[in-house]
Write a protein that binds this ligand. Structure first.
Ligand code: SAH
Length: 347
């Protein structure tokens, strides 16, 4: 049966209050229902026990709650948890909980599939099906917060938009989800604990700066040489490094917030001194740090992690030039939960 009832969570608190007033009820009822939906994460109207049965029936006749459902949860030997998340239209995305002794980080998806075409990423092999709604992003965070409390005895401390999708290609909904995550009505988390990672969409980076989001920005750079970057991230032909750099300068001038570059060193692609020098040059544009991340093979063997010497060469050159660099080990590889491995295999 086709369901054309409206998703009640698409309404703001004010709209929900107005709806109740239009039904001859009190605006306070709207506040109550809003709290059930957002603070208590109600999946059904039946759960709303301080709302009368008639009101609950009326809501059921008018609305649906398009809540996500964690379909399958996998745990890695290193403690990482991957959730396969079923959406109301049966599509699936994945999100990951990454525990460390000090913090737990949620890695959330922003799209079903991805708009971009990075050659080394498993998600790019899936067609972009649709953008996630703000509440579908928010729900992923709540699910991981609950798991963090349950399995690690502490609330979620950080969020990275590094799951499936390009967050800046779903800008409006990502920003709405962040608003909810940071608001007192939602999780009340500090925006400083949220990192949005982008492959680099210059126009949207500028918009992010203009909107004063107060979040942290990460850029998946992987090469600071246009010809090489276009080969591995073909959209770079449309958004070349010059435009990216200009947008990042704009970002920093507005926010004074240091940028993180994600960078993988691959055999035969960027494991040479000229590539490392280009990265050092690119890093001079704005205050930044570099995460050298481990490559997680996805299939055909075209991309291969470079040797330890090549990574050392990068690390030394960056450090010699006063640039902070961290070499990051992958988490959750055994359950395909590591960077670039999210491809709904568990679904
Ligand atoms: N589209 C955004 C958000 C996805 S983040 C972005 O590109 O930033 C996913 C991160 O994992 C990115 O830094 C991406 O470059 C990296 N990645 C993709 N495939 C990978 C792989 N196979 N191994 C390691 N990292 C990968």
């Amino acid at each position: 049966m086709k369901n054309d009832k409206k998703d009640i969570r698409a309404l703001t608190k004010k709209q929900l209050q107005e709806f109740f007033v239009s039904q001859g009820d009190k605006s306070f009822r709207g506040t109550q229902v809003y709290e059930w939906l957002w603070n208590k994460s109600a999946h059904t109207f039946e759960e709303m026990t301080n709302v009368s049965k008639e009101t609950r029936e009326m809501l059921k006749n008018n609305f649906v709650i398009n809540h996500i459902r964690v379909d399958q949860m996998q745990r890695s030997s290193d403690g990482t948890i991957k959730n396969a998340v079923k959406l109301h239209d049966s599509l699936t995305v994945e999100s990951v909980l990454i525990p460390t002794p000090k913090r737990t980080t949620a890695c959330v998806s922003s799209q079903v599939g991805c708009s971009l075409d990075c050659q080394f990423c498993a998600t790019a092999k899936l067609k972009r099906m649709r953008n996630l709604n703000p509440d579908e992003i928010y729900d992923q965070v709540v699910a991981i917060d609950n798991e963090s409390r349950l399995y690690f005895d502490k609330p979620l401390s950080n969020i990275v938009f590094m799951g499936m999708g390009e967050p800046l290609m779903n800008y409006k909904n990502v920003m709405k989800s962040i608003e909810k995550i940071t608001s007192k009505d939602g999780l009340g988390m500090s925006p400083k604990r949220i990192t949005v990672s982008t492959s680099g969409v210059p126009k949207m980076i500028k918009k992010l700066a203009d909107d004063e989001a107060k979040i942290k920005l990460a850029v998946s750079l992987h090469s600071a040489i246009d010809e090489v970057r276009t080969q591995i991230m073909p959209f770079n032909a449309t958004f070349p490094l010059k435009d990216l750099k200009e947008a990042l300068e704009y970002w920093y001038s507005k926010t004074k917030s240091r940028i993180t570059y994600e960078y993988i060193v691959w055999k035969g692609i960027n494991d040479n001194e000229a590539a490392a020098r280009a990265l050092v040059d690119f890093c001079k544009a704005v205050p930044c740090k570099v995460n050298l991340i481990e490559y997680n093979p996805i299939d055909d063997g075209h991309f291969q992690q470079a040797s330890a010497q090549a990574t050392d060469m990068y690390q030394n050159m960056l450090e010699r030039n006063g640039i902070t660099v961290t070499v990051r080990r992958s988490r959750g590889k055994d359950i395909d939960a590591a960077c670039g491995q999210l491809a709904n295999k568990s679904a």
